[in-house]
Design a protein around this ligand. Sequence first.
Ligand SMILES: *Cc1c(COP(=O)(O)O)cnc(C)c1O
Length: 245
Amino acid sequence: METEFAVCTQEQIDAMLQRLQTIRRNIAEACNEAGRSADEVTLMAVTKTVAPDLINAAVDAGVNVLGENRVQEFLSKKDFYRPGAEVQFIGHLQTNKVKQIIDKVTLIHSVDSVHLAEAVSKAAQQQGITMPVLLEVNIGGEISKSGTAPEAVRTLLEHVLTLPNIRVDGLMTIPPPTTDAAEQDAVFARMQEIYQEMQKITPMHVLSMGMSGDYAAAVRRGATLVRIGSGLFGARLYPPQNSVV
Ligand SMILES: *Cc1c(COP(=O)(O)O)cnc(C)c1O
């Protein structure tokens, strides 16, 4: 199949495989420090702007979860993905786009309102499936970020639990960017606390937190899934003329 996407070079693949090895080693080390087993943590490869060839090379190397955060980009790339990895949706999701992805992803990380949960519930009903989701928490309280306020997670969870055909498997967060280790740790500790509180309400098994710059800190605070883009595939290029893909 011909693709409109850039072909990646063997050098790019080799560099990616090198980074993958380092990431796996760092995750294992962080697990070890926290007294956890390394197989408790799933490494998700975040694919935005990345050529399908390079994504496929990661899948060949054993990465079995891909994270998509733009509906249009995902739909244009998905047919070029080799089977072997499940796809999860991690981006901000508009209610009118839910139908386009509901039957193509295994988990939606970004449910942050009753309105969106209702749209997922309805679309899942039409498909005759139950859709697993995570509730996105705006842990830093940033106005620019999506996610529900930490104080509002319980109310949102209790409401979503009343909806048919949708199941809450856990929580997700994108913390404010910082390289300060103490700040990273404080935020992830707070998330872990909220996660443990919510586990008293319903069984949950996914705590999605940690990205390229802070995944080790997240793993030390109980992350079960880390979402890694640039740290695996290299710096993202956003050519303005090509901003959809
Ligand atoms: C892009 C993205 C990531 C990965 O970010 P990196 O810093 O490149 O690892 C993780 N989560 C979400 C929701 C993203 O949009």
